[in-house]
Ligand binder design. Structure first.
Ligand code: 13P
Ligand code: SF4
Length: 331
């Protein structure tokens, strides 16, 4: 078994030898994140990787992210050191999307009055279906902008899969929202959300916020919009991963801050005065699956001409999912 030091050395040798770009999301383990040639949040990774010229993208993250790279650049070979799936993205498939549209139809909303928007945390099949109905993708960085644009069409928004992001944006914009199955009439809402969620971001509670505010008066509470609306309402700042990083970088060093998002990211934000907004370690289990050993193994498999965990998307799905992503990027 190789030590991390030996693995790092061998990974760097492969990176020099092969036409590969290692891409890593902010939630990856530190030792994997440090090997990234391109790092960022989901939106930044989608944009930066599109410009990349190597033959292989080695994507350290979760499935929908690697899949988005493949969809945007079908000629690239995209491999993942671990075939890890975001739990939220697995909550909705094409059939469940169709069933959600049907629920809206039954509430008297015809297809021509529905504009679907899918959070990038969804599989290519769902993105393709959304595009076929005239909709597009959003990320937590641009959700408000995309929804503002979509509302100009005067339609109801079907927002999948994250109910929290959908409701939080609706609250920020003073719009009415509901969750499919919550007993309310979708026809009375502007944004109708699918009942998906991120279990990592559900770990934070208003009690945690009260605890920190009592312990450190003046502390700032910063959270990701995948947290429950009650948490976002009580926070001082709500933002995507990159927005959180930027916000915290600009704070004076002595300003205390408690952050409600994934542990690996929070842990490398700032050396002092930074707390995790939870007594339970908020680690994303699937983001944490990728290890240095996996990264080494995948590079070795490329070198040997038999790459492991390569992503494939069928042509029709790829074509439509690309339209959904490109509509977002055009904005
Ligand atoms: P970002 O869009 O902020 O990278 O978030 C992705 C994600 O999975 C958050 O849980
Ligand atoms: Fe998915 Fe949540 Fe993990 Fe993000 S933190 S990848 S939304 S399970």
């Amino acid at each position: 078994k190789l030590t991390n030091e030996e693995l790092r050395e061998k990974i760097n040798e492969y990176k020099k030898k092969l036409s590969v770009t290692v891409v890593a999301h902010f939630y990856q383990r530190d030792e994997v994140f440090e090997m990234g040639d391109i790092t960022g949040d989901s939106l930044e990774l989608a944009i930066k990787t599109k410009e990349d010229k190597s033959d292989y993208v080695v994507f350290c993250g979760v499935g929908f992210m690697g899949q988005s790279v493949k969809v945007l650049s079908p000629n690239k070979r995209v491999v993942m050191p671990k075939a890890a799936c975001c739990a939220m993205a697995t909550m909705i498939d094409g059939m469940q999307f169709d069933a959600s549209v049907k629920t809206l139809n039954e509430a008297g909303i015809p297809n021509e009055n529905i504009l679907p928007i899918t959070y990038i945390n969804s599989n290519a099949e769902v993105k393709a279906k959304v595009a076929q109905m005239g909709g597009m993708v959003c990320t937590s960085s641009n959700a408000k902008k995309i929804i503002t644009k979509a509302l100009e069409e005067g339609k109801k928004i079907l927002f999948v899969p994250d109910r929290c992001l959908g409701q939080n944006i609706a609250n920020q914009m003073g719009l009415k929202s509901c969750v499919i199955g919550d007993g309310s009439n979708p026809a009375e809402s502007d944004i109708i959300c699918f009942n998906g969620f991120c279990s990592v971001h559900q770990l934070f509670s208003v009690d945690d916020i009260n605890f920190y505010r009592k312990k450190y008066p003046g502390i700032l509470i910063v959270v990701h919009p995948e947290c429950d609306p009650a948490i976002c309402d009580a926070a001082d700042f709500v933002g995507s991963t990159s927005q959180i990083i930027k916000y915290i970088k600009e704070l004076p060093e002595e300003q205390k801050v408690a952050v409600g998002t994934e542990f690996n990211l929070v842990n490398r934000l700032r050396p002092k005065n930074t707390y995790v907004l939870s007594s339970t370690k908020p680690e994303c289990p699937t983001m944490n699956e990728t290890t240095l050993q996996d990264l080494y193994d995948i590079l070795k498999s490329i070198d040997e001409g038999a790459p492991l965990n390569e992503i494939h998307v069928d042509e029709e799905t790829q074509k439509w999912a690309k339209i959904a992503l490109e509509r977002m990027l055009a904005l």
